[in-house]
Design a protein around this ligand. Structure first.
Ligand SMILES: NC(=O)c1ccc[n+]([C@@H]2O[C@H](COP(=O)([O-])OP(=O)(O)OC[C@H]3O[C@@H](n4cnc5c(N)ncnc54)[C@H](O)[C@@H]3O)[C@@H](O)[C@H]2O)c1
Length: 342
């Protein structure tokens, strides 16, 4: 069995959600970690069971002859690091979002094609129990056409969340606020469930309660799909706490309600299906807030299974770029006040 040599780039808050599952694969060894802050890399190296740390990711890739890197960096670094890593011979699994600008995400996809390397993008909530049930009933469950969708995210990001970070809350390094960072998962699920091309987006964005940052803390609007489905969306970061995300769908033959990781499908003939997280599938990442969910390990398992079988992972660059295109259009709409056709 070939053992893949894995490196983790960026050893901040999300990195245990990559390093711990990557280290638990049958056919991998996490051999090194990289962070500009050496102590952070050392602390995570101990957690992932690897000996060596670096502050320069290019040196790490070369010295360790890595096969795979996980990118857990601020948003503006995803494209240059992913592209450099693929060109240096690595498969890449990057955190969301792919990029800030759409052109950079396109270059990532083109580089994956040109180098023959695999590019995976994290959207772990597609693997939640509720998401799996919803996708399944929409494909095979006889619910009929989707008539309407609404998606609501009301979370809280305290001032310190931004003031303690050197990249959050900025247009150039985070690329936006609640849309590109928190609600991107919810909007990705809407796109995944409706499963059609987006016709246009029409959004309003504002910063109402975070004067310490330049980006939006609220968005409302519509994502209109070519099949006629219109998703009403609302997300903000200034609620009192991280409430459960909700997606509701009205279909010809029933309704779907997703609340956090759970889903309830109710048919008008009285049948009902409920999906909840299976406790036996819980995974210890060593901490992290509950709103990140528990599904990173499922997507990371799938990524390595695909690599072992010489297949594309379920969420590769070509799939994920649809969500990047949607997010970029939402910003264009929010900034210009115009309806943006995709
Ligand atoms: N999927 C999810 O649910 C989820 C949840 C949280 C964060 N994220 C994503 O994970 C990524 C990282 O977020 P985070 O909260 O861990 O951020 P963070 O700020 O905690 O960590 C980023 C780390 O990158 C390091 N870094 C910056 N520049 C570097 C460079 N050039 N080389 C090496 N290291 C460098 C920083 O020192 C820091 O330790 C973001 O894309 C974020 O959106 C995803």
């Amino acid at each position: 069995m070939t053992v893949l040599k894995v490196g983790i780039i960026g050893c901040g808050r999300i990195s245990p959600f990559h390093g711990v599952p990557a280290a638990s694969q049958e056919n991998t060894k996490v051999v090194a970690c990289c962070d500009l802050v050496e102590d952070r890399a050392k602390e995570k190296a101990a957690l992932f069971g690897c000996e060596r740390t670096y502050t320069d990711y290019q040196k790490m890739i070369k010295a360790e002859k890595l096969d795979v890197v996980h990118i857990c960096l601020p948003h503006y670094l995803h494209p240059p690091v992913a592209i450099a890593a693929m060109k240096a011979g690595c498969h890449v699994l990057t955190e969301k979002p792919m990029s800030i600008a759409l052109a950079d995400a396109e270059e990532m996809v083109a580089t994956a094609k040109a180098t023959g390397k695999t590019l995976g993008v994290i959207f772990q909530n597609r693997y939640n129990a509720g998401s799996v049930l919803i996708k399944n009933v929409l494909q095979h469950g006889g619910l009929g056409r989707i008539l309407a969708v609404k998606a609501i995210l009301t979370w809280y990001r305290a001032p310190e969340y931004y003031t303690k970070s050197d990249w959050k809350g900025t247009w150039d390094k985070e690329g936006g606020g609640v849309i590109i960072d928190q609600a991107i998962h919810t909007f990705d699920l809407v796109r995944y469930f409706v499963n059609d091309q987006i016709d246009y987006v029409d959004c309003h964005i504002a910063n109402r309660e975070h004067p310490m940052i330049e980006v939006e803390d609220v968005v409302d609007g519509v994502i209109a799909f070519k099949n006629g489905v219109k998703a009403a969306i609302w997300a903000n970061n200034y609620y009192s706490h991280d409430d459960q995300v909700e997606i509701h769908m009205s279909c010809e033959n029933g309704t779907i309600k997703m609340v956090a990781e759970e889903a309830r499908v109710t048919y008008y003939d009285g049948r009902e299906f409920i999906a909840k997280p299976n406790p036996s599938e819980s995974f210890d990442y060593g901490g992290g807030p509950s709103y990140w969910g528990a599904s990173h390990v499922k997507q990371i398992d799938q990524f390595y299974e695909a690599l072992a079988n010489g297949e594309e992972p379920e969420i590769n660059g070509e799939i994920a770029i649809g969500t990047q295109r949607m997010v970029c259009a939402m910003y264009e709409s929010g900034k210009t006040g115009k309806r943006i056709f995709l």
